[in-house]
Design a protein around this ligand. Structure first.
Ligand code: CIR
Length: 263
């Protein structure tokens, strides 16, 4: 048995659109190459399939350049799913397609309502507990609504305020729960008491990008090119699978945000 939050049967992804380079970014790494992004996306989907997940691919949506970052549009748990309400106005229109896609697999959906905002990238499931990042995208009202919903489902939740950390877009840009074996934490968040835990793996500043990784079954999907963290994850007993993420990084996207994973 895999711990809660690490076992999945299905994933929803969305192919990057021709407008991908017009999405929001602060990375300063130059424009992404669409062909390369498509190839990296295909390899990502293949990795999910190899882990046994049925992958549903939504068609590209030119009107929403950031729509390949599907994770931000919903929070899916073993006990139901809730639609998010992205904090960036240009991304609000991404929810409709996700609603139809998710309804097929998760039944009735709850939803975060205005004035709440919440990006799925701010939500980190750690077993039956959820860390909710308060960020430039997720406000306290969004966090409050999600907390109520999670508590009703029998989970616990706590907030982690990352608004002072200009290096991180979302909470999960800086942490990943890999099961009881390890909580990956970016060095810039390491002093936060909310994230004190046994078995922490601190990602050095030069490897912050790799702190956004995803455990699926006994494997951890990690961005390629960050050997120190990869070695430490492997030493915790999990199998590391690396994926090229350069074009998504240019658009501030982490590895987790390219999929919604469904238990
Ligand atoms: C945005 O700024 O919303 C997108 N360009 C990137 C979103 C990345 N999402 C994530 O890491 N969960």
């Amino acid at each position: 048995m895999h711990p809660h939050g690490t076992h999945f049967t299905r994933a929803i992804v969305r192919t990057p659109s021709a407008s991908f380079a017009e999405g929001i970014t602060t990375a300063g790494l130059g424009a992404p190459d669409l062909q390369r992004a498509l190839a990296q996306h295909a390899a990502y989907c293949e990795a999910l399939a190899r882990l046994g997940l049925a992958v549903t691919t939504l068609p590209p949506d030119d009107a929403h350049p950031d729509s390949t970052f599907v994770e931000d549009t919903a929070v899916v748990t073993e006990r139901g799913a809730i639609l998010a309400r992205p904090g960036a106005p240009s991304r609000l229109g991404e929810i409709a397609a996700m609603r139809s896609a998710l309804e097929k697999h998760c039944g009735d959906l709850a939803a975060i309502c205005a004035p709440g905002t919440l990006d799925g990238g701010d939500i980190c499931q750690a077993g039956t507990h959820f860390f909710i990042g308060l960020s430039r995208r997720t406000n306290s009202e969004g966090a409050r609504q999600l907390t109520l919903w999670l508590e009703r489902a029998g989970y616990t939740a706590s907030t982690v305020d990352i608004r002072d950390d200009i290096t991180l877009l979302h909470l999960k840009s800086g942490i990943a729960w890999l099961g009881p074996e390890a909580l990956v934490v970016a060095e810039s968040l390491a002093s936060l008491p909310d994230l004190a835990a046994d078995h922490r793996l601190i990602a050095a500043r030069a490897e912050t990008y790799a702190a956004n990784c995803v455990r699926i079954h006994d494997a951890v999907l990690m961005a390629a090119g960050y050997p120190a963290l990869a070695e430490r994850v492997a030493a915790s007993g999990l199998r590391v699978v690396t994926l090229e993420m350069s074009e998504f990084r240019k658009m501030d996207g982490g590895l987790s945000c390219l999929s919604i994973r469904i238990p």
